[in-house]
Design a binder for this molecule. Structure first.
Ligand code: HEM
Length: 253
């Protein structure tokens, strides 16, 4: 018999149990995807420097943050390129990018297929109340409200974020293909609004992925060791009275 933190008196003793949280396939795909995404971003920066080669000599850069003619900063400042030893590594960037894009594509498609066929999508796809729940969770995280809403595997914010990962992954692949082979895949490039638009989407979706990553790491750190460990071992220590994911999985069959 274990005592839960915060419990006092005999009546509040509770037993703990191990809950099977993440299937093996999800864990493998998750951890393969993480370094692959890193390599894609890094090699993408090596390639992007070529496009902003003039900019490196202070002429122009394609992407910026600003309003009208006023620019707060351009992607990326010179110190950024210099600090990361980016200049003149375009061919290296291209070779890494074009190899690992296949790994990114295969793991992404495998994750979507596994999630769809195993029924795990029921834990991930947003539901009718997910947006409201996401607002509540954000307010709790910002210490503006107390008491998390009841959830099964993922709360509304996680459902929206993880589903967005699938959408962003698809956008990355499609826009990447459109700017990789704009002649052969001209139908795709046109459908995406042309070469420049596809390129714009490719860049800003990368930024969105990085935004997701920062928030994701913050949330994982806040959620603690038990939660992190579950993405490695597959199991989480749970209160005996917490809703059982395994029982919910049984109801799908
Ligand atoms: C150091 C890097 C990372 C760590 C430590 C980490 C950790 C975790 C943990 C602990 C979970 C389970 C959350 C829970 O059960 O409440 C999770 C789920 C997830 N993470 Fe990450 N993650 C990392 C990188 C990434 C990256 C780069 C992506 C984007 C592609 C990503 C996308 C996801 C998705 C989509 C899920 C839900 C998976 C599912 O249930 O199918 N993670 N992550």
């Amino acid at each position: 018999m274990d005592t839960l933190p915060g419990s006092t008196g005999t009546s509040q003793f509770a037993t703990l149990r191990l809950e099977r949280k993440h299937p093996l396939a999800i864990r493998w795909l998750h951890w393969v995807n993480f370094p692959v995404l890193f390599v894609m971003v890094w090699s993408g920066i090596l390639i992007y420097w070529n496009d902003s080669d003039n900019a490196y000599r202070y002429a122009h850069r394609v992407y910026r943050v600003g309003i009208g003619g006023w620019t707060l900063f351009r992607f990326f400042p010179d110190w950024f390129y210099r600090a990361l030893h980016v200049p003149y590594q375009v061919t290296l960037g291209l070779s890494y990018h074009f190899f690992f894009m296949w790994v990114f594509a295969v793991t992404g498609v495998a994750w979507v297929l596994y999630t769809a066929l195993s029924g795990e999508w029921r834990f991930i796809l947003p539901q009718r109340h997910s947006l409201r729940e996401a607002v509540q969770v954000t307010l709790v995280d910002l210490h503006l409200r107390k008491g998390l809403p009841a959830q099964t595997k993922y709360n509304g914010a996680q459902r929206i974020a993880y589903t967005s990962c699938a959408v962003m992954g698809a956008v990355m692949l499609l826009t990447g293909l459109a700017i990789y082979k704009p002649t052969q895949l001209h139908l795709l490039t046109s459908a995406l609004g042309g070469y420049e638009m596809a390129r714009w989407l490719h860049f800003w979706t990368t930024m969105a992925f990085l935004g997701f990553f920062v928030v994701h790491i913050g949330q994982v750190a806040l959620a603690g060791w038990n939660n992190f460990r579950s993405m490695v071992s597959g199991y989480e220590v749970q209160r005996i009275d917490a809703p059982s994911l395994e029982q919910e999985r049984q109801t799908w069959r």
